[in-house]
Design a protein around this ligand. Sequence first.
Ligand SMILES: Cc1cc2nc3c(=O)[nH]c(=O)nc-3n(C[C@H](O)[C@H](O)[C@H](O)COP(=O)(O)O)c2cc1C
Length: 441
Amino acid sequence: MSNRQMTLAMQLGNGYGMQGGAWRAPGVDPANYVNFDAQVRYAQAAERGKFTFLFIPDFLVQTGELVHEAPHLTLDPLLTAAAVARETSHIGLIPTGSTTFSEPYTIARQFKALDVMSHGRMGWNAVTTSDPGSAANFGAQIAPRPERYQRAHETIQIVQALWGSWEKDAWLKDTASGRFANPTRIQPVNLQGEYVASRGPLPIPPSEQGQPVIFSAGGGPNVLELAGRYSSGVIGAVFTIEDARAQRNAIRDAARKAGRNPDEVKFFAGLMPAMGATKRAALDRRVALGEYTFPARVPYLGSMLGLDLNVNQIDQPLNPAQLAVAHASPFDPRSPRALEIAREGWTIRDILAHGVIDYHPTPVGPAAVTADHMQEWFDAEAVDGFWLLFDVYEDAIDTFVDEVVPLLQDRGLYHREYEGATLRENLGARPQYGLDPRLTI
Ligand SMILES: Cc1cc2nc3c(=O)[nH]c(=O)nc-3n(C[C@H](O)[C@H](O)[C@H](O)COP(=O)(O)O)c2cc1C
């Protein structure tokens, strides 16, 4: 048996969970949209399960359908991280920050202040921001990729240089000699790029891990190049083991090309388990959560199966004539799975309860189903770990921690304790302070 162990992360989004009806699920306070105590409770639940980090996505725009669904995101990722950092001790925090709509000095200052505040548990998910709605909130339009990614490279390098500008031995705090700091160890960075620049220095000493780690999300060629050079982890969206392995290999190749050891970049696949004592119980939970969202999804499910589906049929399975012509759409990678479930004879509502239109794979049933799925992907070396997107935070995190985590631990696939106190230690990321000296600008 190999000693490889998987790393787990959790998505922290709005105050409810990842299914449309989570805000009105039993036991959930419908006002949690603005409740930071709830976010802290969810983080503490994940920490009880020894999760390595919380991933906090961000789009700079209102999300969600709003009539029946809550917005998908936290009010502000960095302020959420601050609230959580003060009430947790080991779990890492990786909020998202835009390289396009923030200045490097602002990013450097906020993330490093949080790194000091959390005693070395911060990461930065660096995204370029690609949706027009976000740009509109800054009175701008989305620039072409070459421009966005050039600015991203410049921003990350300036941020890292600023992080290292208060050198490790600069802070003397020597009461006997009366010397607070050694200014010769606090240097400007004087970096001027095509799009961004900063003089520095940044007046923040190193945290327990030196400086935050960098993460990336997504898998296009530009994201890969960025991740290969700077990132310690990539958050991905993949539907099959084959896709996951291909993504992981592409990321590892990108790291090699940048002159790094491929093991320095870990790949995390999203996972949305539907848990219940039985498969039927797990489906019923999702059916209740999808009371309003499922009917609206019927036509789209039809397009995934090459059928013209009507919402009136939602509580019936596909009929023989439909099954005879149904085929998986080549335009949506989730279609083969949807077809497979449809052919098992489930009603359309139950097909949707299997999560076939959700953003990540959904194992359905008792804890062992989720544990088996995770083991299969991990043993196939398709992932280094998973980021879990729970349907209702209020109870699903605890269910996973109490039921799935022990199975993974008993199988030797998952740690029983945190390896260290900082995110770098728990992630197995190498020490870095300032720019990576292996990178040529
Ligand atoms: C799993 C996953 C999570 C993502 N999370 C975010 C996010 O929180 N904020 C964001 O602006 N973009 C996010 N993205 C988008 C990517 O950063 C990237 O912009 C997108 O894949 C488009 O690529 P492009 O920039 O090459 O056009 C995410 C992408 C994936 C696949």
